[in-house]
Design a binder for this molecule. Sequence first.
Ligand code: NAD
Ligand code: DAU
Length: 362
Amino acid sequence: MRTYLVTGGAGFIGSNYIHYMFRKYGDEIKIINVDALTYAGNLENLKSIEGKQNYSFIKADICDKEAIREIFAKNDIDRVVHFAAESHVDRSIKNPEVFVRTNVLGTAVMLNCAKEAWELPDGTYKEDKKFLHVSTDEVYGSLEEDGGYFYETTPYAPHSPYSASKASSDMLVRSYMDTYHFPANITNCSNNYGPYQFPEKFIPLVINNALQGKKLPVYGDGKNVRDWLYVEDHAKAIDMVQEKGRLFETYNIGGHNEKQNIEILHIILDTLQEMLADDDPRKKLATEELITYVEDRKGHDRRYAIAPDKIKAEIGWEPETMFKEGIRRTIKWYFENEEWMKNATSGDYQKYYAEMYNAKSE
Ligand code: NAD
Ligand code: DAU
């Protein structure tokens, strides 16, 4: 039975990945989820699997070398899938240091502990051990509105403290592959959306606000472009890269689904109008009048767009969920999980929201 060590598995993509893996492999795999449970980590995301024999959760910080070393010592780990990170650009602009700590130092600790556990005396590695570092398209910087794509060969040019910290972590992984021949892959994915996404990110924030008749904050002119991918397609790609990809390679993940933020907003409002029953009071709330242009994000990257040619040609991965379908599924999930949203937005979230948006919109 293959054993996976997943970091950040209580977050948005990590929890979707764990659900995907159990759906795909059932009891053929074991998953150990290590997560520090920051504001972004939520064990409710994993409630349906928490009693499984082949799943365990360990609360630990990836910067805690002793804790991570102990996990490797006590378990014969075959695969590391490293999601744990500080992930929100706006927070990185307000408080960069925690991004450097978790994303750079934490990745160094994960690499070092895995190397220590897997390396043989002659400098080669135990058989079939693999580390996958989950990264982002933001490391490539920003594209012009009317041209170009991010390829695996595109030079790194990060702009925000978040993307700079992720770029640094990618470089560390590259250095381990180059220096120690460490068995790893890097994936750089575009913007994800889907169930369990924390409502600091654009899509769940818009859904949540619209249903309550709250303003929908659009940064700048609303024409920044992101390349959206349904989270389950990302989970599938990660698994395929780890099992079918060439070691030491980087793979870009994305589905040619570029949209301006303002378009996304209209799609969400239109979909809400389609899905809400006529007598549902939220139908009258979720209207275009809520759209509010606010001060732009500092250093706001204009456009991201992934060229997924390599992953398609080498591995045969392609996204399966079209945006129209994915956004319906996402909205349906938020309809069915009101309690999740209520819990996620209680307490600290209110403080965060007030600090982040009050100054912007008034
Ligand atoms: P998230 O913020 O929802 O989850 C991050 C998880 O990491 C949380 O569960 C949190 O508790 C945990 N964590 C944070 N600091 C930790 C620490 N020091 N030790 C242990 N655990 C810690 O993030 P996400 O959106 O699920 O992103 C996951 C990964 O995917 C990140 O590496 C991110 O850079 C990358 N990524 C995200 C997207 C996206 O659109 N969300 C796209 C491409 C790549
Ligand atoms: O591209 C991959 C990246 O996508 C990941 O690496 C990050 O972890 C993830 O957070 C995401 O980063 P973005 O900054 O692109 O996502 P966010 O949801 O924060 O914003 C999407 C776009 O919407 C961006 O252009 C900013 C804009 N925006 C965002 C918020 C929160 C608004 O206009 N208003 C908002 O309130």
